[in-house]
Design a protein around this ligand. Structure first.
Ligand code: CIZ
Length: 300
């Protein structure tokens, strides 16, 4: 195959009737070759709705799996099959079932950062963009929620629902460096501080708003501030800079996900050329997980 070039990639995409979808935490190089950059909710909706034969999902494994479940008629390629998610891996389905057994009357909502087995055992999954809306729509007032402890705590506060929360976390967000955030607040006193709900409550207490990445974009769009401190995975800075060239952004809290940086433009090109690695999911597992994923895509 020819070496990677933008023209070569466009030719391959046309030949494969392919779209490239990238999460907002991907590197600038990947975001710049993508047809659509977004959060998990936007990517899964796009994978299902765009008229194409092939989807190249640039993110981490659970995102490629979610896209494949929602797009059974398409080939979903994952150019970084080694990119896992420690948060998703932190809750196996046996642990989730134990929590469910302790609270038999509760509905179960799992964050999209979870295994397909956990999704299959749940009423719905959610993203940070619609976690409160999904929990509020749950048929029982009590909800078993996992795996992210911080997001669960935030959703319990904002919905007033009783949540039984699994004790998992996203290591880069959970270990956000609070003194770095404080330092930046002193350095840019006029800036708005936006932090992700996967960060710990100590970060929320300093922030102007606690938001998922999609809501951070809306916040900046609607704000008259010129400078923003962003407490989430640092890939988000490129996304914001592309969308809002007149504003200034700085990443705070030293939040970096090594798995999100495992996709290279060359790997995207090679996987489209070879049409592998294909995301293959056992049919019965996909069918079992689909209802929870479809609820996530339909709500909020
Ligand atoms: O929902 C997502 O894509 C994640 C993991 C974070 C966010 O806020 O976008």
């Amino acid at each position: 195959m020819d070496p990677f070039s933008r023209d070569g990639l466009e030719r391959l995409k046309a030949r494969r009737r392919a779209v490239i979808l990238a999460h907002s935490y991907q590197t600038p190089e990947i975001q710049d070759i993508a047809d659509l950059v977004g959060d998990s909710l936007e990517l899964s909706r796009a994978a299902a709705s765009i008229d194409c034969d092939t989807v190249v999902l640039c993110g981490v494994r659970f995102m490629a799996e979610t896209a494949a479940v929602l797009s059974p008629g398409k080939v979903v390629l994952n150019p970084a099959p080694g990119a896992g998610c420690p948060l998703a891996d932190s809750m196996d389905v046996t642990s989730l079932r134990s929590l469910q057994a302790e609270h038999p009357g509760a509905s179960t909502v799992v964050y999209v950062n979870s295994s397909l087995e956990a999704k299959a055992a749940s009423w719905a999954c959610c993203t940070s963009a619609n976690a409160a809306a999904v929990v509020s729509a749950a048929p029982s007032r009590e909800v078993v929620f996992g795996p992210d402890r911080n997001l669960g705590t935030f959703v319990a506060r904002s919905t007033g629902r009783k949540l039984w929360i699994f004790d998992g976390s996203c290591p880069p967000h959970d270990k956000a460096d609070i003194s770095d955030i404080e330092r930046w607040k002193r350095a840019w006193p006029d800036a708005r501080l936006l932090v992700h709900p996967e960060t710990p409550p100590a970060a929320w207490d300093l922030a102007d708003a606690v938001l998922g990445t999609g809501a951070m974009i809306s916040y900046v769009r609607d704000s008259d501030a010129r400078r923003f401190l962003i407490g989430t995975e640092s890939g988000m800075i490129h996304r914001l800079e592309v969308l809002f060239p007149g504003r200034e952004f700085s990443a705070v809290g030293r939040i970096g996900c090594p798995n999100m940086k495992k996709t290279s433009p060359e790997a995207v090109f090679t996987c489209l050329g070879n049409m592998e690695p294909v995301v293959r999911i056992d049919r019965s597992l996909a069918d079992a997980a689909r209802a929870a994923i479809e609820r996530m895509a339909a709500i909020g």
